[in-house]
Design a protein around this ligand. Structure first.
Ligand code: HEC
Length: 240
């Protein structure tokens, strides 16, 4: 096999690469590509009734933003007696009355607002003792919804309560198991109110700043007019 053979091989390879590139380029030239762009009035050749297609034409149909869970609102509407019924599912392992015995799980009197894994006389798993903080409504909600997701390795072999209404009912029941129940959270302000509050705040701030500037200017002016004679006095005194 002479040198010429390898030259031929190289030639064929280079020719192939060039051909592929050329075909790709040609393709782009012939069919303008919009790549990942959404179809819009600007890049469609004829008017499209976007509304009837259920799209704005800009692909901005974002999944509905449900926002943070409004515990204040949910708990205010929860049903304590239904929660007591839901709690029967926990009764195989937990007692609820004050001073009740620990079973498979710890007694749950006063658990809302208590430190996580802190009930006297119960030996918790590392999964739970390694968690910091209190049993807030939020933490309890997450734990009860899916114990092993909230505290991987937890000894609580309960597969979780997926129904939010049942969890909220249960939470108000758990909250009632106390001589001094923690306060229910405030409902989040509605979106309209929130916008109003923000604009009120902005107005207030603007006024405060405006007032400050006016007063500031007055203060400076006053200080200046008071200072002037005050500065002169010692000189006059010194003169006499
Ligand atoms: C099969 C038994 C079992 C069932 C059913 C069960 N739990 Fe538990 N629970 C446990 C065990 C065990 C622990 C301790 C977990 C650990 O140490 O990891 C625990 C821990 C807890 C804790 C943490 C308490 C603390 O002092 O930090 C809460 C809260 C709790 N369970 C609530 C519930 C609720 C509410 C239900 C019913 C919806 C329920 N559990 C059902 C066994 C159970």
């Amino acid at each position: 096999m002479g040198e010429l053979f390898w030259n031929k091989v190289a030639g064929v390879v280079i020719a192939t690469v060039l051909a592929v590139l050329a075909i790709t380029e040609l393709g782009h030239l012939l069919v303008p590509s919009h790549g990942a762009h959404e179809l819009t009035d600007e890049n469609t050749a004829y008017p499209v009734d976007w509304a009837s297609l259920g799209t704005s034409g800009h692909g901005d149909a974002e999944p509905e933003d449900t926002g943070p869970t409004d515990y204040g609102l949910l708990l205010a509407n929860a049903d304590l007696s239904s929660g007591e019924r839901v709690a029967r599912r926990c009764a195989a392992c937990h007692t609820f009355e004050e001073g009740g015995a620990n079973g498979v799980g710890p007694n749950l009197w006063g658990v809302v607002g208590a430190d996580i894994a802190a009930h006297a006389g119960f030996s918790y798993s590392d999964a739970l003792t390694s968690l910091d903080g209190d049993w807030t409504f939020e933490a309890l909600d997450a734990f009860i919804e899916n114990p092993s997701a909230f505290a991987p390795g937890t000894a609580m072999s309960f597969r979780g309560l997926r129904d939010e209404t049942q969890r909220m009912d249960l939470l108000v029941y758990l909250r009632s198991l106390s001589n001094n129940p923690v306060a229910l959270p405030e409902p989040l302000p509605a979106e309209g109110e929130m916008a109003e509050e923000v604009s009120d705040m902005a107005e207030g701030a603007a006024e405060a700043m405006g007032g400050m500037n006016d007063e500031g200017a007055e203060d400076v002016a006053e200080a200046a007019s008071e200072d002037a004679p005050a500065q002169d006095e010692p000189q006059e005194d010194g003169g006499h």
